[in-house]
Design a protein around this ligand. Structure first.
Ligand SMILES: [Zn+2]
Ligand SMILES: [Zn+2]
Length: 128
C-alpha cells in the first residue's frame, strides 16, 4: 500500500507498506525517494514516482519495520508494527500467525508471521 504522509516537520513523505521514504531528488514531475533510514542504516530501498504515480519500487530494506512486543490491558501479548497491533491468532511449531487487532471490528486483513522474535512475513495492508 502506497500513501503520502506528512512528517512532524510538515515534509511530504511516501509510505510504502509501513516504510517511509523521503524525496531525495526531484526533477520535474519525477521524484526519487530514499528510505528514511538511508543515512543511518545504509538502506538502499528506493521508489521512483512520476506525477505521484509509483513507476519503480525497490522495496528491499536491510532492516525491519519498527516492531515490538507489547502487553494489552488484559495481559495478552501483542505484536506492534508501526503502531498497528496484532493479536496472536495461531501457533504452529515455532511459527506464530498474528492478525490485526481490528480484524473482528473492522475486517482488516493485515497479518504477520513470526518465527522466534523475527518477522518472516508481513502483509501490512491495513484498511484503517
Ligand atoms: Zn529501508
Ligand atoms: Zn489492521
Amino acid at each position: 500500500m502506497v500513501k503520502y504522509v506528512r512528517s512532524i516537520r510538515g515534509k511530504r513523505l511516501l509510505s510504502v507498506n509501513g516504510f517511509t521514504f523521503y524525496a531525495k531528488v526531484v526533477s520535474g514531475p519525477k521524484t526519487r525517494w530514499s528510505c528514511s533510514t538511508h543515512h543511518y542504516k545504509g538502506c538502499h530501498a528506493v521508489v521512483h514516482t512520476i506525477d505521484d504515480e509509483v513507476v519503480k519500487l525497490i522495496n528491499d530494506h536491510n532492516h525491519c519495520l519498527e516492531m515490538k512486543y507489547v502487553t494489552s490491558r488484559r495481559g495478552k501479548q501483542l505484536l506492534s508494527v508501526n503502531d498497528y497491533t496484532f493479536c496472536a491468532h495461531s501457533l504452529s511449531g515455532h511459527k506464530t500467525r498474528w492478525i490485526c487487532s481490528t480484524h473482528n471490528t473492522k475486517g482488516c486483513h493485515a497479518v504477520a508471521h513470526t518465527v522466534g522474535d523475527e518477522v518472516v512475513k508481513l502483509k501490512n495492508n491495513h484498511n484503517h
